[in-house]
Design a binder for this molecule. Structure first.
Ligand code: MN
Length: 714
């Protein structure tokens, strides 16, 4: 057990301004209130908080963190209250101790859903101050180191399981590799002692037969680098039994086939030296293909940076080498704690600087159940950027939350404008899917595609946003223009004049417009009336007799019957922009309709027999003939799909849900083949056009239970 003066000395060695008095008082106080309590091992209880504090001095954490470690169990396990702690050590310490206490209480909850629930609250607490988490992890590490003294095997397993599932991943998240390795290995020893024993026995055996092989390699690597004038600190680290075990499982190989049990580390002065050292090693030794990774230019999400490579080294065996600077090394080992140290000067030590925590919290708030939450936390979400690859291997950095559409625009504006679908890691995904670090994204384009205003609701990158918005605005203008032209045509016709573009050209300057098209758009948007323009062209037009120019409902109805020639197709107008549906009559596709133009608002669509229309009888120039682009069944297209679906409960349900969600209508479904594991079927889907069908196909392909979807062409 670390003695009092020893602990204080340690803290003072890296933090000369540490509050010596408070450290001393905390040490004494912890001893006093834990009193004669003992742990299951029979050790005095206070040895535990003192060891936890000791672990944290290795990370060179500040005096308040060390004091918190000393006091972390007093509220939970002794007579002392939070108030006592606050009074004796101040509000800050009180807050930190309270954070750790809350975490400890959560561990005592029931078995069910405890993992995710604990995790959830743990993260909530941790987001208030990252130091709470550091103390908690050190606490868990010490408990794992002394786990053997816990008598109940069930309890040992439970603690080990929790360590494996929650704490080791958390340590990894915040980059504390050393904590993570040790936590994992201690848990592994508990959960699968046989596997661990046999791996260790093998490693011992190799060590005996290979003698000082790693040491010899270290020496030779060092000499090789020195010969080329690169000063380096080289070491060899034997991998942990658990990481070896996992590799054996993942790659399905036997122990003998694992060549790189030792990772060699080359620590140099600067980033330039890293690449220099890499160059030297690559020119001296044969390079193992596929092992080179540059985490300096592309750091891991938890901040890890290093160059990785594999060479057939000095002893003619495969060596894994990691090259980094001293700072990178510290971050690699201690993660957040190292960052914390570097940031200490600026006093910005709370968790708020970790944006990923905030995002975690967001998901916590919105995940409906703990399982879903755990699912989400598997995503790497703690960085404000994601890095994805093109099929050619180009690296593309995007803001967090980016989708394939963002990716497409990042590749090229034109790729963005014409994208119709995307494959992520070889699998079709929806265009609005979230991209994750390391995803390989393949964009499918089609000349026929144009940006959808819909995309604006989910893209996050500035480039995609501005391109889509520009396109939408242009498109909107085109549509207002078309509307305005038709309104003018009608106004001219009503007065018995011929409408020509030439006539408008002649007066456009009067309206400060650069082209006739701009005049149309002004009218379409309602900034000018058609009559104004008419009067500009034919100043002689008298205010005509109203009764003649009214479009009586009957006439409108009659004209509607003539066909679609004069009608503005509703489809194609951007919803919510130029067209509104009247609340009085709720027009539906198939209804006969008419539009009323309102200044600055666009067109409101009414059913032809809506009573509201009477109010507009005096302003015939505001009436527009409209028709639905899709008039009932006949105009719907039928697409036939050949679909293979997994024969699982609910799979047919999700099939029809997806088609429904995408506004498709199943008109016929025929199962052509039914086997134990799959259904094959033909489905007829009513769609509005081919693009609609393509969308439905893409959505189906993105669904796990659906194995394949093709257009059936027969
Ligand atoms: Mn504890």
């Amino acid at each position: 057990m670390i003695r009092q003066f020893e602990l204080v000395e340690r803290v003072k060695s890296y933090d000369p301004n540490a509050d010596e008095d408070a450290l001393n008082r905390a040490y004494v106080y912890a001893m006093k209130v834990h009193g004669s309590q003992t742990r299951e091992s029979g050790d005095p209880y206070f040895s535990h908080p003192i060891e936890v504090a000791g672990i944290l001095t290795d990370l060179k954490l500040d005096d308040n963190t060390i004091i918190t470690a000393l006091l972390h169990d007093v509220v939970e396990d002794t007579e002392a209250t939070l108030k006592d702690v606050e009074q004796k050590f101040g509000k800050d310490i009180g807050r930190l101790v309270d954070g750790v206490t809350k975490l400890s209480r959560l561990e005592l909850q029931s078995e069910q859903t405890k993992h995710a629930e604990n995790f959830r609250k743990l993260v909530v607490a941790m987001s208030e101050d990252i130091r709470v988490l550091l103390v908690k992890l050190a606490d868990r590490l010490h408990n794992m180191r002394t786990l053997e003294s816990v008598k109940s095997p069930d309890k040992r397993r439970r603690i080990a399981r929790e360590t494996m599932d929650i704490y080791a991943p958390l340590a990894e998240r915040i980059g504390m590799q050393r904590f993570k390795d040790e936590l994992e290995d201690l848990a592994f020893a508990q959960l699968n002692p046989d596997a661990r024993d046999s791996i260790q026995a093998r490693m011992e055996f190799l060590k005996r037969t290979g003698e000082d092989l790693p040491d010899r390699i270290v020496g030779q690597l060092k000499r090789t680098l020195a010969e080329d004038g690169t000063e380096a600190w080289v070491s060899g680290r034997v991998k942990s039994p658990y990481s070896i075990w996992r590799k054996m499982q993942r790659q399905n190989v036997a122990f003998e086939q694992l060549s790189d049990l030792v990772a060699f580390r080359v620590v140099v002065e600067s980033v330039e030296h890293c690449y220099q050292a890499l160059g030297i090693l690559h020119s001296r030794y044969p390079v193992v293909p596929g092992r080179f990774k540059d985490y300096i230019s592309t750091p891991k999400p938890n901040g890890y940076r290093s160059l990785h490579t594999g060479v057939i080294g000095p002893e003619r065996q495969r060596d894994e080498v990691q090259i980094r600077t001293r700072e990178m090394h510290e971050v690699a080992e201690f993660g957040v704690a190292a960052h914390w140290k570097y940031k200490q000067a600026s006093q910005q030590v709370d968790g708020r600087q970790y944006r990923w925590l905030r995002e975690l919290l967001d998901i916590l708030e919105h995940a409906s159940n703990p399982e879903e939450f755990l699912e989400h936390t598997k995503l790497e979400m703690f960085q404000d950027q994601v890095f994805c690859f093109s099929p050619k291997g180009d690296l593309i950095a995007l803001p967090r939350g980016s989708t394939p559409v963002d990716f497409a625009y990042a590749v090229h504006s034109e790729v963005g404008d014409t994208c119709v679908g995307s494959k992520v890691n070889g699998r079709m995904v929806p265009l609005r899917a979230l991209l994750k670090n390391g995803d390989q994204v393949d964009i499918i384009t089609s000349r026929a595609q144009t940006p959808s205003p819909d995309w604006e609701t989910f893209v996050v990158s500035g480039k995609a946003k501005s391109r889509i918005r520009r396109f939408v605005r242009m498109k909107q203008r085109e549509q207002y223009g078309e509307l305005g032209r038709q309104m003018l045509q009608k106004a001219f016709r009503q007065e018995g004049y011929e409408f020509t573009e030439k006539a408008i050209e002649g007066v456009r300057k009067k309206f400060h417009c650069e082209a006739a098209a701009d005049v149309y758009a002004e009218v379409g948007q309602g900034h000018r009336t058609a009559r104004e323009v008419l009067l500009a062209v034919f100043p002689g037009v008298k205010d005509s007799k109203k009764s003649d120019t009214i479009v009586p409902i009957g006439r409108a109805r009659a004209r509607q019957g003539k066909g679609k020639d004069s009608a503005v197709p509703i489809k194609g107008l951007i919803p919510g922009m130029a067209v509104h549906y009247a609340r009085c009559c709720h027009p539906l596709p198939g209804d006969r309709i008419v539009g009323i133009v309102t200044t600055g608002k666009g067109v409101t669509v009414h059913t032809i027999d809506c009573e509201t229309l009477e109010r507009f009888q005096d302003t015939p120039e505001r009436w527009v003939d409209l028709a639905w682009d899709v008039v009932g069944e006949a105009d719907r297209l039928l697409g036939r799909l050949y679909v293979v679906v997994a024969n699982e409960p609910g799979s047919l349900g999700s099939l029809s849900t997806i088609i429904g969600k995408n506004q498709g209508n199943i008109s016929n479904l025929k199962i052509t083949n039914r086997s134990i594991d799959f259904f094959e079927m033909l489905i007829d889907v009513e769609v509005s056009d081919v693009k609609h069908l393509t969308n439905i196909i893409a959505a189906l392909r993105a669904t796990p239970v659906i194995t394949s979807v093709e257009r059936a062409r027969a």
